[in-house]
Design a protein around this ligand. Structure first.
Ligand code: N01
Length: 544
């Protein structure tokens, strides 16, 4: 059956946010179209199929909470589930709520223009379809546009090339191959130990060492599962008002790292290192605000690296020294440092000698030529804004989002922009998003948007839009909060620093998930303070 070309809402993206949004909006009786670039549901978990890909948030927390039956029925195999298991879960969700029938797959939205006369969006796709909608919702994720670096000769290589964020669906077999991995962020750190097991030889090209701590992933025991499932209501409620949208296995210590003895500090770091996961950064309350406090954790981790990696030159290269621990996304690994003790793994520093060129048979750096069968780019993403700006989005008076965000993203609550009525970015720049358990932030934003659409419909409001002043104030507030921390000290993708020419500013809101939720609730309770709601009177009069 042909799908409608005039609907209440167009959603872009069938990852965790788009799927939940489709489910809610449909339940409220809105007509919807959802366009998805991939061949199936899954979003980031559809594309990131590289060896070793798994989530670094515990699965009992990195899952939907909106349906008690769903969260009770689903069984996660491991504490930090692997990509295939997460994709299986998303597929199960799509089946359970019969979502696929309203999704148009393998179709990218190319443009969305706001028609001021009609007060509707006109949305075009790469398959030639045009759809109009009152509401236009980008549920396109924060790290969904892969970044392939502009290295001379990149198209000359005759072997196989891969990007971790756009991995083939079939198994890639590196057996017997000479493999290069470029990039040592979360993706590289997960892929390197697995590729090293399979390849004849692996050479890792590192520009900046990332801080990483052991995940200590284990199969989920019945007891652990029961502990979560018997207490889900209370735990999810606590997650929603927590700073990071997740609960830690070891409680944070609410004092300064500088107010305890050396021995107490070492014991705290030892305990968290042994337990695994992100808890190390929560050992003390000032690790991300005081350089001296941060350095105590950094020094301790550097010593762990030196103890683990047997070659002192490699250990030294792997130890980050140029930015505070935690200010680039902390990575979780499985046997990452141990991998460098293998005979078939080399590490090449490309900070001092950047890659000169990629050749037909490999690459050249610092006067040395390397030959490979395969090159893996683990070089990250044009994060947070890349996917939004790839679509030709135009608001009032034809203003493009690209122009509006020339100096960096400007939003109210990371959700809406002045001049772009009825356009919403789920977990957009300026919201907690990537600085939180994404599932908590996704559910909060999706529910906020869904409730808002119901409110607008009930009150016969044609358009809702951020006020300029509210947007300016929020954009400043996001920077003010970031500037009270050490985060701006790293050249991170949070700052846009990984993409040449991208404006530098801290993109996520780090005031905390619970704080942000409260702010949103207050704004709604005050009649959507900071938003302009138009057409209510006319609509209400017409309704009477
Ligand atoms: O990307 P990254 P990622 N020449 O940007 C290097 C999430 N994620 O895909 O640091 C040479 O972190 C770059 O070097 P430098 C998570 O939020 C989650 O690994 O810029 N090197 C860096 O080493 C994560 O933070 C999970 O100097 C170049 C690497 O490539 C985010 O996704 C798993 C280069 C890129 O690291 C992104 O992670 C995976 C160049 N021109 C990802 N350009 C989990 O849940 C870049 N690099 C576990």
């Amino acid at each position: 059956m042909a799908k409608a070309n005039s609907v209440d809402a167009v959603i872009v993206g069938a990852g965790f946010s788009g799927l939940y949004l489709l489910h809610l909006l449909r339940g409220h009786g809105f007509s919807t179209r959802l366009f998805e670039r991939g061949g199936d549901v899954g979003g980031t978990w559809y594309w990131n199929r590289y060896p070793g890909a798994r989530c670094d948030v515990e699965s009992m927390q990195y899952s939907y909470s909106f349906d008690e039956e769903l969260q009770q029925d689903w069984k996660w195999p491991e504490k930090y589930s692997a990509q295939p298991d997460i994709l299986r879960y998303i597929g199960h969700v799509a089946d359970k709520y019969d979502l696929r029938k309203d999704i148009t797959f393998e179709t990218s939205v190319t443009s969305a223009h706001f028609d001021e006369a009609a007060q509707r969006w006109t949305i075009k796709t790469d398959s030639g379809e045009t759809v109009t909608a009152q509401h236009f919702i980008m549920a396109t994720g924060c790290i969904s546009t892969a970044n392939l670096p502009d290295i001379p000769g990149i198209d000359d290589f005759k072997g196989n090339t891969y990007h971790t964020g756009n991995w083939p669906h079939e198994k890639v077999d590196f057996t017997g191959q000479r493999v290069a991995v470029i990039g040592t962020g979360s993706s590289g750190i997960q892929a390197i130990p697995v590729i090293a097991e399979e390849a004849a030889h692996l050479t890792v090209f590192q520009r900046t060492p990332h801080w990483t701590v052991p995940a200590r992933n284990v199969p989920i025991t019945d007891e652990y599962e029961r502990m979560w499932k018997d207490n889900y209501a209370e735990r999810r409620a606590n997650m929603r008002c927590s700073p990071s949208g997740s609960l830690r296995s070891i409680a944070p210590i609410d004092i300064s790292a500088l107010d305890v003895t050396d021995e107490e500090r070492k014991e705290a770091y030892r305990e968290r290192w042994a337990a695994g996961g992100m808890t190390l950064l929560k050992s003390y309350n000032d690790l991300l605000t005081s350089e001296d406090a941060n350095e105590t954790a950094a020094t301790w981790v550097r010593r762990r690296i030196a103890k683990t990696v047997t070659d002192p030159a490699k250990a030294d290269l792997l130890a980050p020294k140029s930015y505070p621990i935690g200010t680039k996304r902390l990575c979780l690994d499985t046997e990452y440092y141990e991998t460098y003790n293998r005979d078939n793994v080399d590490l090449v520093d490309i900070a001092s000698n950047p890659i000169d060129r990629i050749t037909a048979t490999g690459l050249e750096t610092g006067g040395c030529a390397f030959e490979f069968d395969s090159i893996v780019f683990a070089t990250g993403f044009d994060a947070m804004t890349g996917t939004l700006l790839r679509v030709d989005i135009r608001g009032r008076a034809g203003q493009t989002l690209k122009d509006k965000w020339q100096a960096g993203p400007r939003t109210y609550l990371g959700l809406m922009c002045a001049g772009f009525p009825n356009m919403y970015a789920i977990t957009g720049p300026g919201s907690p998003s990537v600085k939180s358990n994404m599932m908590s932030s996704i559910e909060q934003h999706v529910e906020l948007v869904s409730d808002t659409l119901v409110h607008l419909r009930d009150n016969v409001v044609a358009t809702m839009e951020a006020e300029q002043q509210a947007e300016d104030d929020w954009t400043d507030h996001v920077q003010e909060v970031a500037n009270q921390t050490l985060f701006p000290k790293a050249n991170s993708w949070y700052m846009g620093a990984n993409i040449p020419g991208k404006p530098r500013l801290f993109m996520p809101y780090i005031g905390g998930v619970g704080t942000y939720r409260k702010i949103c609730e207050e704004i709604v309770a005050e009649g959507y303070r900071g938003f302009k709601l138009d057409g209510a009177k006319a609509g209400a009069a017409a309704a009477e």
